[in-house]
Design a protein around this ligand. Structure first.
Ligand code: SF4
Length: 221
């Protein structure tokens, strides 16, 4: 948003006051300041992270957009760039870190792996996209996305922030910003939000086994 846009609250300002007075809305000033000071969390998961590191370095330099302060602590960050293959082993850590970022917080799925599993989709150890566990604001395609693509994704996030309103943002709505239960890593990954569904599947399978046993057929697990 340019300086001119901040001074244009969509209603008429008398000609003699223009240039002497800045009139804006709370939404505009709030969004403008937040979108120009996004601090990404410093972590990477796989090859996409190398591209993210390049984007932060001098050639592409995303500090031009107010994002140079990459923080190693989720408590000081407000953007999570999921850059790389999301293995089942890493999901509990990613969800825990997401919960530790205070609102407002945003998530960017960088690359095919973070968006959908990419070349490893349906692999035994990989999840088909981080959006199965945490909400994603911007998806960046590519394997890997170039630094330009990441910068474009960050600009898209800025555009999204520009359209927010203090009246509707979830972090000011009571009960809207709840913690996501950290998935449990067992023989496979268990999403605790699907506990009831998993339980009813297990009960149905047991009943089926008992029935098969009673009829003397082969027991299937
Ligand atoms: S999308 Fe491609 S470059 Fe990025 S982590 Fe996956 S395999 Fe690596």
């Amino acid at each position: 948003m340019s300086q001119e846009e901040i001074n244009s609250p969509k209603y008429q300002i008398p000609e003699e006051l223009k240039g002497n007075l800045a009139i804006t809305t709370l939404d505009q000033i709030y969004n403008w300041s937040r979108k120009n000071s996004l601090w990404p969390m410093m972590f990477g998961l796989a090859c996409c992270a190398i591209e993210m590191i390049c984007t932060a370095a001098s050639r592409y330099d995303f500090s031009r957009f107010g994002m140079e302060v990459m923080r190693p602590s989720p408590r000081q960050a407000d953007v999570m760039i999921v850059s790389g293959t999301v293995t089942k082993k890493m999901v509990p850590q990613i969800v825990r870190l997401y919960n530790q970022i205070s609102e407002p917080r945003y998530v960017i799925a960088m690359g095919a792996c973070a968006s959908s599993g990419g070349p490893f989709k349906e692999g035994y150890n990989v999840v088909s996209g981080i959006d199965k566990f945490i909400p994603v604001d911007v998806y960046i395609p590519g394997c890997p996305p170039t630094p330009q693509a990441l910068i474009n994704g960050l600009i898209e996030l800025q555009k999204k922030i520009e359209k927010e309103s203090l009246l509707t943002v979830p972090w000011y709505q009571k009960g809207e910003s709840e913690e996501i239960p950290v998935p449990v890593l067992g023989p496979d990954l268990i999403d605790l939000r699907r506990k009831d569904e998993i339980q009813s599947c297990i009960i149905a399978q047991r009943e089926k086994n008992v029935e098969t046993n009673n009829t003397g057929s082969e027991v299937t697990e």
